[in-house]
Write a protein of this length. Structure first.
Length: 424
């Protein structure tokens, strides 16, 4: 028979082993801007989501949704919306909550472990570029859309969480990267994530997107098939005037070697390689142009580019994209769109913090670029939207992508079999 004292002791042990429950209540989805309905419909709407799931919101719905970027709980959301006279009571808000949840632009779930499947259904896009540590402010400065022009200041802990979403990462992957990089346990990593996700989302340094529909799509599965990449990455195909383009996104800080994240791989990169890789982000990059900028011989640049091609950090970029939906390169869109204003499509980029003015064609390529989805699928969407031939759609993509890469609005990635970044 168990004594009362032993019974209490057993219960305490059971409860001490029980993992804490975390609740995430936050707005998500890429802001694609204010757009116009096609004829015969009239009026405007705000587009939010991803290429498979775009929620069309009225101005009132958008104002209510945008309050999600300023709160940490449903209770705060209700109070904020009432204070701003957007709603009268909680009951009125429920209809909006239902629409936002159904359209996957509101996250409202509880979890106790990183093994909860829900954490693999949301992708985190890391916006912004670190410009280094400020000894004066004792913070990391991240270039962003911050209107003061000084970037966003992050503590060391906030910076560690932010950079853990490098590459192609779900919420699950980001927490795993925190565990590996910080050498901490699961509960501590989850607590760190939950402690800083709201600030990073509010500051625009993270964009969270629902991707379960992406991962279940034919486009994702086709893009993971083995295809012939040789003509894009073979040194034998390299010529001095051929266009080349950078893949991946920069990862690094003064305390460690510079690296580039490519899909889910952390790739070491030497100083001279990094310089050439950055120049390959220019829309007219070629060995000839880079040689002229740096004032060195073609042989030197050729050798560096070949090494970058070996590492899959640079590829030959065709005048007309010729690959179908099996090819393994995708474009991950960053930035937030203001939409169609004064006959221009405007996007705030989170790389250099400037407004970028795009043509309709470039905007549509940006809007329909999606991490994990092959560029060939974007071609199909552009073809259907603009009602043009497949060749014209491929040419549109080929012209737009280098421009978007240069402006810091997309990062090219090789689609990984698994999203977790290796080597963080």
């Amino acid at each position: 028979m168990i004594s009362e004292g032993n019974e209490v002791s057993i219960l305490m042990k059971l409860f001490s082993k029980r993992k804490p429950t975390h609740h995430l209540f936050i707005g998500c989805g890429r802001m694609m801007g204010k757009l116009h309905y096609k004829q015969p419909l009239k009026g405007e709407f705000r587009a939010i989501g991803n290429i498979f799931n775009i929620a069309k919101l009225s101005e009132r719905e958008y104002n209510i949704w945008s309050q999600l970027n300023t709160i940490k709980s449903e209770k705060e959301w209700i109070e904020r919306c009432i204070d701003k006279k957007l709603i009268k009571n909680k009951k009125e808000l429920n209809q909006y909550k239902e629409k936002f949840t159904k359209n996957h632009i509101l996250i409202d779930f509880s979890f106790t472990s990183i093994n909860d499947s829900i954490l693999k259904k949301y992708l985190i896009i890391k916006n912004g570029v670190s410009v280094g540590f400020s000894d004066k402010e004792r913070k990391w400065i991240i270039n962003s859309y911050n209107p003061n022009g000084g970037g966003v200041g992050l503590t060391q802990e906030e910076y560690d969480v932010w950079i853990s979403s490098s590459g192609v990462c779900t919420i699950y992957d980001t927490i795993i990267n925190l565990i590996d990089r910080q050498k901490i346990d699961e509960n501590t990593a989850i607590s760190l994530f939950m402690g800083h996700v709201y600030k990073l989302n509010r500051a625009g340094l993270w964009t969270i997107e629902y991707i379960e529909d992406v991962k279940e799509s034919d486009a994702f599965n086709k893009g993971r098939k083995i295809v012939d990449e040789s003509k894009y990455f073979s040194p034998n195909e390299l010529k001095e005037d051929l266009k080349i383009i950078a893949l991946g996104e920069e990862f690094g800080e003064p305390r460690i070697e510079k690296k580039v994240v490519l899909g889910n791989q952390m790739v070491d990169i030497e100083h001279e390689e990094l310089l050439v890789w950055l120049l390959c982000k220019k829309k007219d990059a070629s060995i000839s142009n880079i040689k002229n900028i740096l004032g060195v011989k073609s042989e030197v640049i050729n050798k560096i580019v070949k090494e970058l091609m070996r590492k899959r950090l640079v590829m030959i970029w065709p005048e007309v994209w010729s690959e179908d939906e099996h090819f393994i390169v995708s474009a991950s869109a960053v930035g937030t769109s203001l939409g169609y204003i004064n006959k221009q499509y405007i996007i705030k980029d989170f790389t250099i913090g400037e407004l970028q003015f795009l043509s309709l064609q470039a905007y549509l390529v940006w809007m329909n670029s999606q991490a994990l989805i092959p560029l060939g699928f974007t071609v199909r969407i552009i073809k259907d939207i603009l009602n043009i031939t497949e060749t014209s759609a491929k040419q549109t993509l080929s012209q737009a992508i280098p421009y978007l890469v240069e402006k810091g609005l997309v990062n090219l990635h090789i689609i990984p079999n698994e999203a977790s970044v290796k080597g963080v």
